[in-house]
Design a protein around this ligand. Structure first.
Ligand code: UD1
Length: 420
């Protein structure tokens, strides 16, 4: 296993290029199962989660070629219908093969994804949506077993206790593209990654309206064809570097970032005193010497993304005063608090909120990554802290950030990888 070592206290300076969005690439790769023709997907980040999705496609009998950030998928007449536990258990997003498989195969078996450290992650909305389309679904021996012979378009309300669901929307939208009749998804997710998936499906010949809104309408077609598509860039990666800059007192340019995907973060960063400008797809960030406290509530897009909550907490740790985070997407997603407190932060969890009292300085310490975004937060804390931070279990980070230590080193950080 690898660990990251950081000698903190350096201001970030320079330019960083943002990679393709993992959370857009995963459902788009799954969507290639809806056709028998070749699909070419570019700007795919070479991350472990992407490799897992490729393994799932291959296990279904699909030929996949990977060359740098370009993946060519040849789904001609694949026969597989089972997504096995050993792959699905390593990545919850594997559930997004369920919708496309169901639209193409008479019988489908997809392993239930299982637990997750960021809190309970049910799949009831996925099953509710697909059942509303007429799929017959049973749970057997840890697998979702579904039959989709007589599916028909339907009006489906897809909201749960925490609002819309990104991958449930993706699953139902993908299944509906080949389901006869009109499907209307109410309370649909409108995250940029859902819009990117809809754009890929449109290129394949699907009939979809209302993506970007909370009501998506899909008219089923008989067949989808192959398509080429460039994945959008990763707004969470861009946001992580914006925060890294603000926290370290730096000044950086972020290339390949879309301000329309980052509105709420830009607003909050301006609120704490950071200067933000943009030109085309480049965002310029200049830190302030004194960070002001700020409150955030995580919500579905365009609200504050839960995937930037942990990184934002590090900034709040450095601000002069009390900040509050209210987590309304994953109320238990606070595993990073105890590790940040080991670095001298003063954070207290209160129900689904965290109360953060800013401290003058964090101090480097050995810490342990618990999940993907918590790992990124620990890296940011290590960059801001005085002294040496060692982050173990960085395999979590490798699931979602392409060569983070290389990108940060180019910005002047002292960070490197070692074997544990
Ligand atoms: C996606 C992202 C993940 C992000 C999350 C929320 C991918 C691969 N992952 O995950 O990085 O943190 O969106 O923005 O795109 N829920 C239910 N029932 C369901 C499904 C979800 O109650 O059937 C709840 C979840 O527990 C959570 C909320 O709905 O509280 C939102 O989750 P959801 O949008 O489904 O997350 P994912 O799509 O799995």
């Amino acid at each position: 296993m690898d660990k990251l070592v950081i000698e903190g206290g350096r201001k970030l300076k320079g330019t960083v290029q943002i990679s393709g969005a993992k959370n857009a690439a995963l459902p788009i790769l799954a969507a290639t199962l809806l056709t028998q023709e070749k699909c070419v997907i570019s700007n795919v980040p070479p991350l472990r989660d992407v490799q897992t999705m490729v393994k799932i496609l291959r296990s279904l009998g699909v030929r996949v070629q990977m060359q740098d950030s370009r993946i060519t998928v040849y789904p001609a007449k694949y026969k597989g219908y089972t997504a096995p536990y050993k792959l699905v258990s390593t990545m919850r997003a594997s559930i997004c093969v369920l919708g496309p498989l169901l639209a193409k195969q008479a019988l489908v078996r997809v392993s239930l994804p299982g637990g997750c450290v960021i809190g309970p992650r049910p799949i009831d909305l996925h099953l509710k949506g697909l059942s509303a389309l007429g799929a017959k679904i049973k749970i057997e021996h840890g697998y979702i077993v579904a039959q989709g012979k007589k599916m028909k378009g339907a009006r489906i309300y897809l909201g749960g206790p925490f609002g819309s669901s990104v991958l449930a929307t993706a699953n139902v939208m993908m299944a509906a593209t080949l389901t006869p009749g009109i499907t209307i998804i109410e309370n649909a997710a409108c995250e940029p990654e859902v819009v990117d998936l809809a754009n890929f499906l449109l290129k394949m010949g699907a009939k979809i309206h209302g993506q970007k809104t909370h009501t998506i309408e899909i008219e089923g077609v008989k067949k989808l064809h192959g398509a080429e598509h460039k994945i959008i860039n990763d707004r969470i990666e861009a946001g992580t570097y914006m925060l890294a800059c603000a926290i370290t007192g730096g000044e950086i340019s972020i290339k390949g970032a879309s301000i329309s995907h980052l509105g709420v973060l830009i607003d909050k960063l301006k609120g704490v005193g950071t200067t933000i400008r943009h030109s085309g797809d480049t965002i310029f960030v200049k830190a302030t010497r004194r960070l002001r406290p700020v409150d955030i509530t995580t919500l579905p897009f365009p609200g504050f993304p839960t995937d930037l909550q942990a990184q934002m907490m590090v900034l709040m740790c450095m601000a002069g005063g009390i900040s509050v985070i209210t987590e309304k997407v994953y109320p238990e997603r606070f595993m990073h608090i105890s590790e940040l407190n080991r670095m001298g932060a003063r954070v207290m969890k209160e129900g689904s909120s965290a109360i953060i009292e800013g401290v003058p300085k964090l101090s480097g310490a050995p810490v342990m990554a618990s999940d993907l975004r918590a790992s990124a937060a620990l890296v940011l804390a290590g960059l801001a802290a005085s002294g040496r931070t060692e982050i173990s279990r960085v395999y979590h980070l490798d699931r979602g950030y392409k060569t983070m230590e290389e990108k940060l080193s180019r910005l002047g950080a002292k960070i490197w990888r070692e074997k544990e």
